[in-house]
Design a protein around this ligand. Structure first.
Ligand code: SF4
Ligand code: SF4
Length: 212
């Protein structure tokens, strides 16, 4: 015993090291015990059916009564649960994050300056931007770049909203639109024109063309 204690002291000279070593050993044993318990088979007792369950008919009639209740509620105009989609659509709550779109300012100018921050931050790499240079002195203020091409692949987009969060110009917004459909994969890649159509105008305090 003394030999073992001396060996432990040699291995872990300080009190602190000995404490952590003993703590780790305890954790190891607990883990091993948990693994053994997990590997032990558990016998699940199968419950006997009572006479009502064995008859089957009460359960059948119960289900039928629910169907009948819904049918009567629908026929007499109460509790209508269906919606004539897509003519009717659910009103989405204000904070709903739908499809990402590009917006224009109140003077109809694109707000995006092609900085590519959204492309960089997008987790599934759904955004592709080709920035272009604006010619100096043609009424662009201090803005030097714009997005020559801007695409969002809606088959990749996970509607996370990071592009909106990161945009320094408040140019990209996740709008309420959630029903984007197409017959081909290509139709679900929104180009700049479509993104601007979906986004519309967003009035805010950023006037980069004038005061930046
Ligand atoms: S919402 Fe998220 S996934 Fe979709 S384009 Fe923006 S950053 Fe990418
Ligand atoms: S949408 Fe915003 S973050 Fe993305 S390129 Fe345009 S200005 Fe930059």
């Amino acid at each position: 015993m003394v030999v073992i204690l001396n060996a432990v002291k040699d291995l872990f000279p300080s009190e602190e090291e000995r404490f952590f070593a003993s703590f780790r050993m305890t954790e190891c044993w607990r883990l091993i015990a948990a693994c053994i318990i997990d590997l032990m088979p558990i016998v699940v007792e199968r419950r006997e059916l009572n006479w009502k369950e064995k008859l089957y008919l009460p359960a059948f009639l119960g289900g039928f009564a629910i169907t009948l209740r819904h049918l009567l509620a629908t026929v007499f105009g109460r509790g209508k649960v269906t919606m004539q989609y897509p003519e009717e659509k659910w009103p989405m709550p204000p904070g709903y994050r739908g499809a990402p779109t590009l917006v224009r300012d109140e003077e109809g100018r694109e707000k995006c300056v092609g900085c590519q921050l959204c492309e960089f931050v997008c987790p599934p790499r759904a955004i592709t931007i080709k920035p272009g240079e604006l010619p100096a002195g043609e009424g662009h203020g201090n803005v030097e770049k714009f997005a020559k091409e801007f695409e969002i692949d809606m088959l990749r987009c996970i509607y996370c909203g990071l592009c909106e969060e990161v945009c320094p110009e408040q140019a990209i917004f996740l709008k309420q639109e959630y029903a984007l459909t197409g017959y081909t994969r290509g139709e679900l890649v929104n180009n700049k024109q479509k993104l601007l159509e979906l986004g519309g105008v967003m009035v805010d305090g950023i006037h980069k063309w004038k005061n930046k």
